[in-house]
Ligand binder design. Sequence first.
Ligand code: ZN
Length: 337
Amino acid sequence: MISAPSSTKLPVVPRPARDERLSSWLNRLAQLYAMPTDVFLEHCGLSLRDATALEWRLGGGEGPILASLTGMTIEALRTMTFEEIAPHARRMVALGNRYVCRGCSPGIHRKRAAFPWNFWCREHDLRFDACGGRKLGEWLPETALTLLDFNAHDGAARLTDWAHGREDGVPSIPQLLDFLTTRHRRSSPPSLTEQPILSLAARRANHDFLTRPIARQALLIIVPEYDRVAPVLAKPVRAGLLSLTQGSLLQNYALAVGIGRLSADPVGYAASVLLASDGEGEQRLRQALQGWPLALRRRIYGRFQRLNGMGAQSGRGTAQSQKFRFTQSHIDARRIS
Ligand SMILES: [Zn+2]
């Protein structure tokens, strides 16, 4: 075991990995000196002995002490913290990796991997997997993911700007997430297409599952690809910003896609959700839209009325023809915008 002197430079200091967060590196240093991290930090003479807390501030002399012990500059240490993250986004930073990269060493936690909207490891050019090991490709084929990635990248870029306090677009990120997570229809039990094939006996045994009301949120209309593949009980996401902090890999990917799409075409997508809503859902959506700029809301309601009129003009047919009308109207609406 190498003993850690408390005031002079440590004899061995592994270099931080690219984009490694401070807590990850301090944990690795403590392991090297065979100490729990808090004991190691105490031994280093730091009054703040919580590696996670140090990621938010290197005040009180911690920066200079760590710099002299490790031979790093204070500036280099600061780049390993999250001090650039705006207070409103701090809850988005996970304590460790949110997802898993097959190529990264499990002991190295990078800053990018702490945020719910980063789905790719830049070091290995790989998609992150869920912590349980499931891959996005298990739900969506690679061809579909490649197309969805365009929207997910746009959404992630806006979220990154928002987290760094560089985002002043309207509707804001919290407003977009409020809209995406608003229930556009009343909750309903799993539809036939959402149910697994079950024998009569199994249907009886799973009565609770088959009759459980599932929240139907705007996200399902804006990202129908998610609606089609997400496990029915895990379709609903938490409301607003919590949707991202508490979301699974698949849910967060869908939310990033939704933000990308809503940012690119707020009128077309918001109107299409209104069109798919029921009476109470429409009221909830209008409430969620309250904070959006008035001119944008007028365009959304104008588009919604036109789409509604087109649906009424073409008559009330079968469920299939109504679905066709909805899809066609949405495509037309996007062409107009
Ligand atoms: Zn990696």
